[in-house]
Design a protein around this ligand. Structure first.
Ligand code: 15L
Length: 271
């Protein structure tokens, strides 16, 4: 049976996947960060620790076939913190994949690696990176690293460019484009674990939203067929004010774009 490790199991998405993957019969080892996880059932395979430490990484990956890597900083933060958690941490984890002969990594990338694309655009899988901050930039590093460990070390990799996966219904206008419902999230992860011979590939982690910013044409071999559609919530959402400011409304990354954004009239060449 395929042994799957899940890092970042105490985060928002990690908590969902830890529960739901085990419900679907996955043989899972879940890792928390600083604090120990409380077992969900007797004998649950759990651990915790700082993944910048190779000994902790080896405890996570020993005997593992597939890693779902969610751990790291998941919002915009100052660059030094992002570098430690998302660049150095990822390097240690990926070196651990090599040492432990892990077959495949499912990397939690993010739409924020593409966040400066206009909301008017629909992005294919080969869209250029346009990160909307240091967090998005760290996911560019992560996608490239995932690609490199396949090309250079033969570890299969799937970069999942996650939209808005909060385990709740869509709540605001942007979510009509970015929502990634829980059922679809778990379906996609099951495909990522089980589909043979993926080599390296990327996929948008998004539901079948009518207004999606992203198009998964080219990722058919993954067999991911999203069933949920945020449009079902549109009548309610459209009655509410859009919480995003005018800048955030123009870009796919939404509110992340506005953080430390230089207004057009304060840019070089403007007086
Ligand atoms: C992400 O990458 C973040 O981790 C999450 O907090 C949300 O902001 C999400 O993207 C989103 O874009 O909605």
């Amino acid at each position: 049976m395929t042994k799957v490790a899940l890092s970042g199991a105490s985060g928002n998405m990690g908590r969902i996947l830890r529960t739901e993957l085990q419900k679907r019969g996955v043989d899972l080892r879940s890792a928390g960060g600083r604090n120990p996880l409380v077992p969900l059932h007797e004998g649950e395979d759990i651990m915790h620790g700082d993944l910048r430490d190779p000994a902790v990484v080896d405890r996570l990956l020993n005997g593992v076939d597939v890693l779902i890597h969610l751990a790291g900083t998941s919002v915009e933060r100052p660059l030094p913190e992002i570098i430690e958690n998302n660049l150095v941490g990822l390097y240690q984890v990926y070196e651990g994949l090599r040492r432990n002969k892990v077959r495949r990594v499912i990397f939690a990338s993010s739409n924020h690696a593409y966040g400066m694309h206009s909301v008017k655009d629909k992005l294919k899988l080969d869209a250029p990176f346009r990160p909307d901050g240091f967090y998005g930039l760290s996911k560019v590093w992560g996608e490239a690293m995932t690609r490199m460990y396949w090309d250079k070390h033969g570890i299969e990799g799937i970069s999942v460019r996650i939209g808005t996966a909060m385990g709740k219904p869509p709540a605001e206008f942007r979510h009509l484009s970015t929502w990634f419902g829980t059922e679809d999230l778990v379906d996609l992860m099951m495909q990522c674990i089980n589909v043979p011979d993926v080599g390296y590939m990327a996929v948008w982690g998004v539901s079948n939203n009518t207004r999606s910013y992203w198009d998964n044409t080219g990722a058919e071999k993954l067999g991911y067929k999203p069933k949920q559609n945020s449009e079902n919530f549109a009548p309610e959402i459209l009655k509410q004010p859009n919480p995003l400011d005018p800048i955030a409304r123009q870009y796919q990354g939404g509110g992340f774009v506005t953080l430390d954004f230089t207004p057009v009239d304060a840019r070089p060449g403007r007086s």
